[in-house]
Structure formats: structure tokens, C-alpha cells
Design a protein around this ligand. Structure first.
Ligand SMILES: Cc1cc2nc3c(=O)[nH]c(=O)nc-3n(C[C@H](O)[C@H](O)[C@H](O)COP(=O)(O)O)c2cc1C
Length: 251
């Protein structure tokens, strides 16, 4: 089993140590391989907000760097740990740039074979929820099987430190247990509704959503997911209603 840890902290401290703990728990009884990808060490230029990846396709991005290497690494892993320190009650800037550079995945999901852990280290509890939620969307078509916020405030007493360390060990074991189970992606209904909305939008705004339109007309991922007839019917009906509302400008 191959795990890729994507770390946005500029230093090898709390976030890195938390992943090292997860790795050692994972390796206690399992044959697994960990690869560490430090965002500060790779060439991932800052998103300039041109929208080309969203509208015309990710291959039209004017920034030439290691973006696609990251995608390849994610797709050749079984599990991915996305880890960031909490900076000003959210992910840090390197992770936010990572999110923006891959924001087209919110329109056109990928990673159907990967499971994700989302990890935030923080000085306090404030902002952990916001940061984990911001990061979880990066799983795209994959499944988030674990979310955790770990506090490392320098002022914490030993009891509190122990509590955090136990929490991390517990979550790491949960992650390992889930990773050991065979994985069959079963989308939630909310997930399907979310992407049928994108599909409907790409049908109505074909000229502005070229990449989405191509994605949803060439490859029907709802079919790839082996949906039941009932589910397909509900989604098709939702799409038709949503398309209608879009056409009359009500959405
Ligand atoms: C610029 C900056 C902003 C931070 N903002 C917060 C914050 O809003 N809330 C919080 O609880 N901790 C905050 N922290 C503390 C870090 O989240 C915490 O120490 C984290 O574990 C650091 O991880 P690292 O050792 O991997 O860099 C901040 C730290 C820095 C450097």
C-alpha cells in the first residue's frame, strides 16, 4: 500500500511530526510505503486567477511547473494525507495555492480510486474546522476517510499534550483500519447532486464551460459509478429541473 503525504508547512515540525506518528503506527503491522511531498520544495507557481483551467481546461493553464507531477503522484497512491498548519484560522498560503491550482477538480472530479486523510495542526482549536473543511474539498472524486485537527500550543500542560497525542494515535489507527479494507467508491447522494448541477450548467453554458462540457459529454462518470436505476432517474430529473431553472435565470 502506498501513501502520499502532501505537506504545506514550511518547516519539519508539528505537521511533519504528526505524519511521522501516523506512518510509524501504520508500519507497526502493515507493509506500506510512505512518500513525503513538501510543497515548499516543489515548483508550484501561484494561481493568477485567469480562469482558463476552469473554462477551457487544465491543459490551458499558462503556468508551467510541477502541477501534473503532483497529480501523477496522487493517482499512483492508494491513500493521500493532505496536511497543513492552521495559519490565521485556515490552511496556510502554500496549501491555499495548492487548492486554487487544482480548483478545476471541483468541477471535474478525478481520484475515484484514492482515499484521503485531512490533517491540520494548530495552536488552538479555533480555525481547525474551517481549515479541515477547506482541505477536504481537494479529495475531488475520492473519499475522505479521516479528518483530524491536532493542537500543539506551547502553553499546553502535559495532560493536554497527552490527550492530543492519544487523539492522533486513535485517528491514525482508524485511518489504517479503513485503508486495509477493499475500496469500492460509493458516492453519497449529496455528492451526485452536486456534480449533476455542474453537468446541467455545462449543458446550458456550453460556450463558457468548454472543459466541463467536454468532460460531461465524453465521459459519463455517473454511469462509471454503477449507479442503480432509481439513482440515475433522480439525477436525470434533478438535472432537467436545474437546467430549466438556469435557462430562465432563476439559479
Ligand atoms: C502565520 C501563522 C499563523 C497562525 N495562525 C494560527 C491560528 O489562527 N490559530 C491557531 O490555533 N494557530 C495558529 N498558528 C500556529 C500553528 O498553526 C501551529 O503552531 C502549527 O502546529 C504549526 O505547524 P508546523 O510546526 O508544521 O509549522 C499560526 C502560526 C503561524 C506561523
Amino acid at each position: 500500500m502506498k501513501i502520499l503525504a502532501i505537506i504545506s508547512s514550511p518547516r519539519k515540525k508539528n505537521t511533519y511530526n504528526a505524519i511521522k506518528t501516523i506512518e510509524s503506527i501504520h508500519k507497526e503491522k502493515n507493509d506500506c510505503e510512505y512518500e513525503y511531498l513538501f510543497l515548499k520544495n516543489i515548483d508550484l507557481k501561484c494561481c493568477n486567477g485567469c480562469h482558463l483551467c476552469l473554462t477551457k481546461g487544465e491543459e490551458k493553464c499558462p503556468l508551467k511547473d510541477d502541477r501534473d507531477t503532483i497529480i501523477n503522484k496522487i493517482e499512483s497512491s492508494d491513500g493521500v494525507i493532505l496536511a497543513s498548519p492552521n495559519h490565521s484560522m485556515n490552511v496556510n498560503w502554500r496549501m491555499k495555492n495548492f487548492i486554487d491550482r487544482f480548483s478545476y477538480l471541483l468541477h471535474r472530479p478525478r481520484y475515484f480510486h484514492q482515499r484521503f486523510m485531512v490533517l491540520i495542526t494548530s495552536g488552538s482549536y479555533r480555525g481547525i474546522k474551517e481549515a479541515t473543511n477547506a482541505l477536504a474539498i481537494m479529495a475531488s472524486g475520492g473519499k475522505v476517510i479521516s479528518k483530524i485537527g491536532v493542537m500543539n500550543s506551547p502553553g499546553m500542560n502535559d495532560t493536554k499534550k497527552n490527550k492530543q497525542s492519544k487523539k492522533l494515535r486513535r485517528e491514525a489507527k482508524k485511518f489504517v483500519k479503513k485503508m486495509k479494507k477493499p475500496f469500492n467508491f460509493k458516492p453519497t447522494f449529496g455528492y451526485l447532486v452536486w456534480f449533476s448541477a455542474f453537468k446541467a450548467m455545462s449543458q446550458v453554458n456550453e460556450n463558457e464551460s468548454i472543459a466541463d462540457h467536454e468532460y460531461y459529454s465524453n465521459k459519463d462518470f455517473f454511469i462509471e459509478m454503477n449507479l442503480k436505476l432509481g439513482q440515475k432517474f433522480v439525477l436525470k430529473t434533478f438535472q432537467a429541473i436545474f437546467r430549466g431553472l438556469l435557462k430562465i435565470g432563476l439559479v
